[in-house]
Ligand binder design. Structure first.
Ligand code: SAM
Length: 454
């Protein structure tokens, strides 16, 4: 999501006549887009900013510097107090104001700007794309469908940094997707904090209006039975020339039958799901305020695999949540063995300001968080490696994104289940859907050959 927000700001600046600098050292303006999900990310951004301003000062260079994104939102002016060289602090509902504020700072009308206010309709402003000819971006693009989060998981800072859920309209999103496809994009990833909650609040409002009108005119209103998110998938699926649709991130609660059925019904919807689990213990899931149980989660995985046996399933897990005992952690391990995730992002619990979990008793010592992190990582990697090896000898369809970053003679693409495949390709393959036979595996990579298909 941050990558996408940064791209939209860069595109906005390019449209205003700015150009992208090759490095921070040659830039007139440096904006750091920040994440607050864990303390580590915040410290990294602060250290980076200290380095940037320190270098500029020692080289006597004038440079406008700013923070944007979640840390800017949650810390606001405090960031300028800590780092007096910072000129701009731009909150998560203000990305679209970057160019206007930079103009004011550059022409000297204002010396410092902090804007972290909420702004109505800001969810519809993250829409500009660079597609700057860089191979990957022109084949595949992210489209932001909503902002904010209403889940209020007890560990998570996002509801306070991104605000309440606000969704764009289906016609607006489809217009952006159509435009991208007309510029050569073949794969679109729909983005939101909880994409499965897309349009729920707006629909409630619409229903109220519709039922008021129906009551007034005695007309019956037939709302679609599918969730607004599945209605959006249907609408995007109709775009000619679009080959693949993905989305991230959903909430397990959002996997109703309509979404599971969409995987079987919509050929462009890739068989890949990133479903955040967080913990395998019901006690911890409850303390996290996740709204599902271990059994419910397993039921979702079964339904998905029944609909699409090839489904790639990825997840997020937090270790060392307050009160997590060895027994709770063992339940996370056992659930991972049972589900056999294709891969997982594992996070050591990080207490966040103004979140209920930060005040909970039973904070787990850092050493135990580290130890559990390592044990879980070993298990997840072992399962993932076995699953990668199972691809050897199989035929897969990939969408070719462009030359590999590490070796320009190799081309890279992704399978429908979201695995990276490398092969000896050339520029003519870019943007193509190709069948390959997998010959060998590397670390989280498959190697394929188009020439040896049977
Ligand atoms: N849609 C996701 C969900 O259903 O929870 C939320 C995405 S969140 C921004 C990305 C991941 O960061 C979460 O899934 C969680 O595993 C991790 N995370 C969030 N807060 C955290 C914290 N306080 N400490 C450690 N990890 C955290």
């Amino acid at each position: 999501m941050n990558e996408r927000d940064s791209e939209a700001v860069a595109a906005q600046l390019v449209a205003k006549g700015y150009s992208l600098a090759k490095s921070e050292a040659t830039a007139d303006v440096v904006l750091l887009n920040t994440c607050s999900v864990r303390d580590f990310a915040e410290q990294k951004a602060i250290n980076k900013m200290q380095n940037i301003v320190g270098t500029a000062r020692s080289e006597k260079r004038d440079q406008i510097v700013g923070f944007m994104g979640c840390m800017a939102q949650s810390r606001g002016k405090e960031l300028m107090d800590k780092l007096p060289d910072v000129d701009l602090v731009l909150g998560t509902q203000k990305f679209h104001r970057a160019a206007e504020y930079l103009d004011e700072l550059l022409n000297g009308t204002r010396k410092k700007i902090v804007d972290v206010e909420a702004e109505a309709k800001s969810e519809a402003t993250i829409r500009e794309h660079l597609l700057n000819g860089s191979a990957k971006t022109s084949v595949s693009a992210f489209v932001s469908i909503m902002q904010g989060c209403n889940q209020h998981c007890t560990f998570c800072i996002v509801p306070s940094t991104r605000g309440e859920e606000r969704s764009r309209t289906i016609p607006d999103i489809v217009a952006e997707c159509r435009e991208l496809v007309s510029r050569g994009v073949k794969e679109i990833t729909l983005l939101g904090q909880i994409v499965t909650s897309y349009g729920r609040h707006e629909r409630r409002d619409e229903r109220q209006v519709a039922s008021d009108m129906a009551a007034a005119s005695r007309i019956t209103h037939h709302a679609s039975q599918n969730s607004p998110f599945v209605q959006l998938l249907d609408a995007v699926h109709e775009i000619d020339g679009l080959e693949r649709i993905r989305f991230t991130s959903p909430h397990p609660k959002g996997y109703g039958d309509d979404l599971v059925e969409a995987y079987a019904r919509l050929p462009k919807l890739c068989e890949s799901a990133h479903i955040p689990l967080q913990s395998g213990s019901d006690r911890i899931l409850k303390a996290m305020h996740r709204g599902y149980t271990r059994e419910k989660f397993l039921g979702i995985i079964q339904k998905l695999r029944r609909a699409k046996p090839e489904m790639g399933i990825y997840t997020d897990i937090i270790v060392g949540f307050p009160g997590e005992t060895e027994d709770d952690f063992e339940q996370t391990l056992s659930l991972c063995r049972e589900v056999q995730f294709d891969n997982a992002y594992i996070f050591k619990y990080s207490p966040r300001r103004d979140t209920p979990a930060a005040e909970m008793p039973g904070q787990v010592p850092q050493a135990i968080r580290e130890e559990r992190n390592e044990r879980l990582l070993n298990l997840v990697n072992e399962i993932a490696a076995r699953k990668y090896d199972a691809f050897i000898g199989r035929q897969v369809e990939i969408l070719v994104e462009g030359p590999s970053k590490k070796n320009a003679a190799r081309y890279t693409g992704r399978t429908r289940c979201n695995r990276i495949v490398l092969f000896d390709g050339s520029a003519r393959h870019q943007g193509q859907l190709m069948d390959l036979k997998i010959e060998r595996t590397g670390s989280f990579t498959l190697y394929g050959d188009p020439a040896i298909l049977e």
